[in-house]
Design a protein around this ligand. Sequence first.
Ligand SMILES: [Zn+2]
Length: 409
Amino acid sequence: MIIRARNVVTMDGAPIENGAVAISGDRIVDVGKFDQIKARNSLDVIDLGEQALLPGLINAHCHLDYTCLRGKIPRQKSFTDWIRAINAEKSKLSPADFMASINEGFAETKRFGTTTIANLTAFPELLRQLPDAPLRTWWFAELIDVRSPERISELVDSAVESLKFGQNHGLAPHALFTASKNLYQRCEEAGSNVLLTTHLAESREEMEMFRDASGPLYEFMKSIGRDMNDCGNGTPLELFVGTSDASAARSSHALSQWIVAHMNELTQSDFQLLEKMSTKFHIVHSPRSHQYFGHSRFPFKRLDTLGFNVSLGTDSLASNESLNLFAEMRAFQRTEPERSPEKIFEMITVNPASALRQQNTLGRIRPGFQADLIAIPCSGDRDLFGEMVAFDGQVNWMMVNGKTKSIGV
Ligand SMILES: [Zn+2]
């Protein structure tokens, strides 16, 4: 089929006015001016009218497990109090509740135009009940060994086994304060083709715990029996990269497997370390969750200047109010007003595609790429990207894998 729209935003040069995309099966086969596409392809035409056709959006960091926690956790005095609060809420939920939460999350994600999601789940075993995710999903098994450091292999093996039921998968040792160094290492040993993600340098309390061996998070983790010997030796980033112990330093190849969420708390020496890295990991920033916690300013400009690939994600609804990437772009724009709307749009298309190693299949409208597309109304304003970032509604047309999806509103 041919999809025609007032504008086609390919992310390969300027948007195409009166443009069209030809689709065959699950792939894009042609893109250009409507007249040319029609002349080159004898296919049925769907005319979307006064709309902009965009690549489907990619959420680089989410936890659909916690969709049902929206509005349940008021802002806490500290990050540690928030961890206590979410643990208390989670203990009230059954596997059926988490399953319902995941499905509710998918439905909401779809309404806001996300066609691909990097989703961390604490319950990979639930994937058996969900063989066909409604969106293109990377399932990352979130792993925590703070209470069972002797069972790492079992933990990783059973997660990998469960993940086979999902589409695409990866592993997510939760964070340095809940996952041991051995668990991180074991995840890397799962293979260079396995994507990895983690939470790093998120809060001031995490910095205090590792650098100074003190503070509320340090006390809390100690009280639940964590081995605190890795504290007081360096920053979270130093510990993650492994500089304090040369033999444990991550190979640069392994670093490129990582999608690292947060990176709010970085010291001067951390920046020197980042500068020296020849191979860089990918970074995800969640602007509205960041705002909810009141973390230190996300050092976007410095990370961008150092060449890091930065994407946006929503994080979970335990610290955000919706799974809307348009709202994330606006929140980001408020703190980085100099960044152009086009470059901000890359943070939910091209950049996360590359973090997921899908730079040749997702994030653009280009022949050979997956047919994952969305449409939003557009007025024909000259500042199309500005209009896209400002879009504050629900999308009314979506295609994933060459199939149009009902948005369910
Ligand atoms: Zn997260």
